[in-house]
Design a protein around this ligand. Structure first.
Ligand code: F6P
Length: 195
């Protein structure tokens, strides 16, 4: 069985400020996770002949992959975080205050709600299709370094979780979700590398 390791990028400067979207670098805690992740991956994949590291095109995932050496790295636009459109760069509080109707519609139906000029979870799920096909075809381990909404959708696919749960699945920072696809089905382990 080959493992797929799913992780969010290390904490970003926007995460610290509570701002969604954006393309900021890592916070200090995020940089620490970046090092711990490289260590973990090195140990976990030591006996593997090949493996690959997949990131989004946003710098917080590319930076997080930085210290991992010895494996090819591939950037996928399809792994970029949900596009928050006109709300990109805002905090949830700012959205609630300045665009209360948008805030309420998202709360009512987070799966189908599409940010003005941005995406919905359903849009994200759809654009992930080629990534999933490629993941299924891989024979070697893959480390996927991506973002909260995207990883919820990817995880739900492998863990066979219903569509309506996807926007609410817990995918915390600084935690690796290992998925093993074997003959007996899918097995899952979580490694929390930091508090
Ligand atoms: O806050 C981090 C983040 O990745 C944002 O960039 C993104 O908009 C959000 O999480 C997605 O989570 P939710 O769908 O719960 O708002």
């Amino acid at each position: 069985p080959r493992p797929i390791l799913l992780t969010r990028h290390g904490e970003s400067r926007d995460n610290v400020r509570g701002r969604i979207g954006g393309d900021t670098a890592l916070s200090e805690a995020g940089e620490l996770y970046m090092k711990k992740l490289a260590n973990f991956v090195e140990k976990r994949l030591k006996s593997e002949r090949t493996a690959s590291i997949w990131t989004s095109t946003l710098q917080r995932t590319i930076l997080t992959a930085g210290p991992i050496v010895g494996f090819p790295k591939i950037q996928w636009r399809a792994l970029d975080e949900i596009n928050a459109g006109v709300c990109d760069g805002m905090t949830y509080e700012e959205i609630k205050k300045n665009m209360p109707e948008e805030y309420e519609s998202r709360k009512k139906d987070k799966l189908r709600y599409r940010y003005p000029r941005g995406e919905s979870y359903l849009d994200v799920i759809q654009r992930l299709e080629p990534v999933i096909i490629e993941l299924e075809r891989q024979r070697a381990p893959v480390v996927v370094i991506s973002h909260q909404a995207v990883l919820r959708a990817l995880y739900a696919y492998f863990a066979d979780r219903p569509l309506k749960e996807i926007p609410h699945i817990e995918v915390p920072l600084h935690t690796i979700i290992e998925i093993q696809m074997g003959v007996t089905g899918v097995q899952e382990k979580r490694y929390k590398l930091m508090d």
